[in-house]
Write a protein that binds this ligand. Structure first.
Ligand code: FES
Length: 350
């Protein structure tokens, strides 16, 4: 199904040989083209952010809502609209597990196999569903109904073992209940999650994650009531045993001094006759607000002298504590070996 690692299609799309999205002709033939409306909605998403490229994550969800995964067309749309390279878009799309690199089934079933869920049966659930469906992690059934994946902690350990369908929670599952759940999904049913929003499907939840209304009937979008028993179990046990947490130690919080509005960044003008690098370094020194910032900026200035008393033969990087000396004492202090205020101190402007 997927483009071979290193294939022209995959590499051209993502820029990452080892992480191509599926650009095989047979797959693309099955995927509906992105409608013009997708571009309109992408621009709507971009308008929500002061910096347009911040819209990339919801835009990738939008692509998935139309095409079921991050397609080459979707990568192109995002790169064109945001002024990014395809490699940059691909790098993001291949970093997060919520962005799929090959076509996803109608429902995405995620089984938590992380520590707590695993010891309470998560791995058994994963193995049973995998055997029933004839697919492994990140694979889709032949009828396109289910993509199965194992997931790392789904942040619901108190309800372990947890299964999610299209990111909605089905708590405290076992092999039998998970099998029933998946069978119902394959029959086209949408069992109510244990809590939270009603179930939609992978494309529907992708649309919601892109920030668009998905439920045509608002009355249908009623959250399932949560059962908070497991979450409150620790509290109940503590009350039963008469236990309570020790009071927090009083802290005296030091508020940072109010510096008011940040100073305008001093930028090199290019009319000082210095190299741009030197002028920029001067500007950083001039813009420093505190002695520490000034020392840092001066220390990285091209005119700052090389640390004295150091040579390649002297490999002491200052991080070891000499025998008989406490860390943090004067000769161990940061910058001891770096003279920044010598005869070539950088210029300070203004
Ligand atoms: S270990 Fe499964 S939800 Fe945390």
């Amino acid at each position: 199904m997927s483009a071979l690692p290193g294939s022209p299609e995959g590499t051209a799309v993502t820029g990452l040989d080892s992480s191509p999205v599926d650009a095989s002709p047979e797959t693309l033939a099955e995927v509906p083209p992105l409608p013009e409306q997708a571009r309109v909605e992408a621009r709507e998403i971009m308008a929500r952010y002061p910096v347009a490229r911040s819209a990339l994550l919801p835009m990738l969800h939008l692509v998935q809502s139309y095409q079921g995964y991050v397609t080459p067309d979707g990568v192109t749309l995002c790169s064109e609209e945001l002024g990014l390279t395809k490699a940059e878009v691909g790098a993001v799309a291949t970093f997060y597990t919520m962005y799929k690199r090959r076509p996803t089934g109608r429902h995405l079933v995620s089984v938590c196999t992380n520590t707590l869920c695993a010891v309470l049966g998560g791995q058994r659930i994963m193995d049973a569903l995998s055997a029933d469906l004839g697919v492994h992690h990140d694979e889709t059934t032949a009828d396109g109904s289910i993509t199965l994946e194992h997931a790392e902690c789904l942040a619901a350990c108190d309800y372990a073992p947890v299964v999610t369908v299209d990111y909605e929670f089905y708590d405290q599952q076992d092999v039998g209940s998970a099998r029933e759940l998946v069978a119902a999904l394959r029959r086209g049913e949408k069992p109510l999650p244990s809590r939270g929003a009603p179930l939609t499907d992978f494309r529907g939840i992708s649309r919601q994650l892109a920030g668009f209304e998905q439920h045509a009937d608002p009355a249908a979008a009623v959250d399932a009531a949560g059962a908070y028993g497991p979450t409150l179990e620790g509290l109940r046990l503590a009350a039963e045993r008469g236990e309570s947490a020790p009071p927090m130690p009083a802290t005296t919080r030091q508020e940072p001094p109010d510096r008011g509005e940040p100073r305008e960044t001093v930028r090199p003008t290019g009319d000082t006759g210095e190299t741009p690098g030197r002028e920029a370094a001067d500007a950083r020194v001039a813009a420093a607000d505190t002695p520490a910032e000034e020392a840092g900026a001066a220390g990285s200035h091209p005119d700052a002298p090389e640390p004295s008393g150091r040579s390649l033969a002297d490999q002491d990087d200052g991080t070891s504590t000499p025998a008989g000396q406490e860390p943090g004492t004067e000769s161990q202090a940061p910058g001891t070996g770096r003279v920044i205020d010598g005869g070539h101190a950088p210029k300070r402007k203004g």
